[in-house]
Design a protein around this ligand. Sequence first.
Ligand code: IMP
Length: 428
Amino acid sequence: MPATVVVGTQWGDEGKGKVTDLLAKDMALVVRYQGGHNAGHTVVVGGETFALQLVPSGVLYPGTVPVIGNGVVVDPGVLLAEVDSLEAKGIDCSRLRVSGNAHLIMPWHRELDRLTERYLGRNQLGTTRRGIGPAYADKAARVGLRVQDLLDEKIFRQKLDAALKEKNAVLAKVYNRLPLSADEIAGRYLGEYLPRLAPMVADSVGLVHEALEAGRNVLLEGAQATFLDLDHGTYPFVTSSNPVAGGACTGAGVGPRDITSVIGIAKAYVTRVGSGPFPTELGGEEADVLVERGREFGTNTGRRRRPGWFDAVMLRHAVRLNSLTELALTKLDVLDTLPVLRVCVAYDDPVEGRRYQHMPYHQSVLHRVTPVYEELPGWQADLSGATSPGDLPRAARDYVDLLADLAGVPVSVVGVGPGRDQYVRVAA
Ligand code: IMP
């Protein structure tokens, strides 16, 4: 009964989409377990680029059922627009299923996300302003609306009216904004979205367990990543859900023993978007090389990502938090032109005079540490055509081996370009 989790080990944008796509062809089900359309997966198939936000990557394979799990927050307008754009490219989305227990992103969530960020001023989190945080906050406060509420007009109207009573007061009295109209929202959600969404609404937990009981493969796909996790990331510069592998249990409705492997996705260097500490952050020319060669601009918001050297302290923490069984290393080719590469193997805290091999728990320490680097020669060769381990130059293999050694987990796949076939399998 094999369930596999795919989880990002850094701050997102590790190239999970490509690895998920690689695995998805052997899966009966691909289930997204958290996040919303703050995520952006890019998959390049036959020269055509598919930018997926909410729809799990499995949609690109006719034999796979893509499922949006209960742990996801769904903006139905965005979901339907994504379905339209996939279908315009000839992708059949009729197999897509959406959990009835997933929470809906409502218009006030988007509005409040923008307003609270603006009010934070210089302290803003740099959210994607998609309403993700406010939607999860309402879920925890037990005033959220769920996908299944759309199926009963009376219940939907009751919950909508109750929510708006409070939200409109906040919008008007705290933020000096105009109130939102319940009739307008009900018209859009029930009149426009529901007819198209209704056939997709499903008991996603039932689907997952039927597949597992039949011995079929299930992929549990995380969005964002370990260091954006609400509990384990660099709080408060995090997302509002749990991308770590444990989040797959709650967000898809499986127990820990259902999960047989956990694949951590690590980019060959590190990037982050938005604010927050970043010990190995780079400036200058090397930063420009990583951003330009790696096309490090948000799939979602177009923002330039902050680049840095590979951080093995973070990786070791990700191994612990997710109980990773293997690693997929992505975008190794981005490093092709660099003469010297650095890998952070520990942090030095100048105040305590202490060296950290593992992630310091206290945020003040993380803000002030300096990285301890191991230096390696670059390979200065084009990796983009590599298809087997023998095609990788010695220096590239040494780099991959060093990361695997520092993690204590084998690297099974190395990505060498954006195309679906641009990867090298390095271990069984
Ligand atoms: P939110 O998820 O929109 O609330 O944003 C919270 C933080 O997570 C911000 O720093 C975002 O830039 C970051 N974030 C959210 N989704 C992604 C993602 O898919 N990749 C990278 N960063 C993300």
